[in-house]
Design a protein around this ligand. Sequence first.
Ligand SMILES: Cc1cc2nc3c(=O)[nH]c(=O)nc-3n(C[C@H](O)[C@H](O)[C@H](O)COP(=O)(O)OP(=O)(O)OC[C@H]3O[C@@H](n4cnc5c(N)ncnc54)[C@H](O)[C@@H]3O)c2cc1C
Length: 406
Amino acid sequence: MKEIAIVGAGPAGMMAALEAVKSGVGVHLFDANPKVGKKLMVTGSGKCNITNLQAGPDSYDTDEPGILASILAQQPPEQFRQKLAEMGIFTSATSDGWVYPLSLAAGNVVQLFEASLLKAGVTFHNAAQITDIHKKNDNFILTHTRHDAPSVFPLLCVSSGGKAMPDLGSDGKLFPVLARIGHHLLPVEPALAPVTFEDKTLRSLDGVRLDVETSLWLGDKCLKRNLGNAIFTQWGMNGPAVMNLSHLLPTKVNGTIQLKIDFLHQYTPQAKAYLAANQDSQECLPVLLGGFLSQKITAALCKKIGMNPEAALEQIKPDEVQKLLNLLCNYRVTPTGTRGFKYAQLSSGGVPLAEVHAETLESKMQNGLYLAGEVLNVMGPCGGYNLQWAFSSGYAAGRAMAKRAA
Ligand SMILES: Cc1cc2nc3c(=O)[nH]c(=O)nc-3n(C[C@H](O)[C@H](O)[C@H](O)COP(=O)(O)OP(=O)(O)OC[C@H]3O[C@@H](n4cnc5c(N)ncnc54)[C@H](O)[C@@H]3O)c2cc1C
């Protein structure tokens, strides 16, 4: 029987193994961690936002949208949910398409994957760190830390992830190995990371959470815009509102990029109309705008422009009210950077998608080498898109390996 190896038992590697083993080949799944799916366990704050119904090629940043489209088409979100249900992982979707297991337990998802892999006959080599890969006479020779595991394979899938949260196992140490065997790497940077800044007013909002529109600006040029949840902290901002922009910021910024926060976004006309209709009110602005946003925000911004947050609206001049509204819709802050790989949920860059074949994800540089998941240059926003990519690419690579091995 032919034997194949998969390096990395994350979502991409586990899915590749499940597909490849169907052809009857022996599948060896290696991971540096003592257990499979360590990062999957912590996804979605432990609830596992496993896919998104809106996931399509336009949802991602990559160097090769055509190849991305052909891979996603092999297992679109609804088909993936069907497959999950066959494994006993039943899911539900929020109104905006974010899909979670009914259990809301990432640990259960990992266990059910593990059970399916064992039942299908996949051989696990846990606590097996791959330190090098060589090609000799059409075989891949793996150098690894498990002396009881085989090391020569005609077909190999590398699904070793990126560099985000290295404590969970994916530390990017295989990138230089992939470069040595022929791949040209795109710079690997933190993505979906919290953003840092020093701003007394925003720091006073520590713990406030709400949906805001954010955008990054280089001079007059808007680099990217996002509408999503933001969490204000002592060091800056967390949540999709800034994480989805963070790949555009270096870990330390030189002060040229500005982050714009619009606290009122689509509700601005409503808020203006409400204040205009209540201009003779005895209530103060934080209370009057309390139907739109936390009173803490309005009070902090009033103070920033020298207004008394406790003054009744009837005592405030219309141009001062306008000044506050302008600030609420266009609060500018200069980020100092991101919190880096340690706190990032993803890394951007890695092996260019242009260096693998469409449909199969086989390397154009090494016959018999397949790549899947975050190791490839594909980056989606928060919301289940990145797990969809990891599972879809694992599915495509696993199917292609099965065909090849058979
Ligand atoms: C805190 C957090 C929350 C997240 N939440 C979500 C979410 O809710 N929804 C979503 O879509 N995405 C989420 N993501 C992103 C998602 O987890 C990744 O996109 C996904 O795990 C990538 O899958 P992968 O299989 O490519 O890589 P990984 O999951 O990183 O798996 C790679 C595996 O390879 C192993 N490995 C690495 N190097 C070696 C080596 N040299 N030898 C042997 N083994 C090795 C690692 O131990 C690891 O188990 C989250 C990420 C984080 C960090």
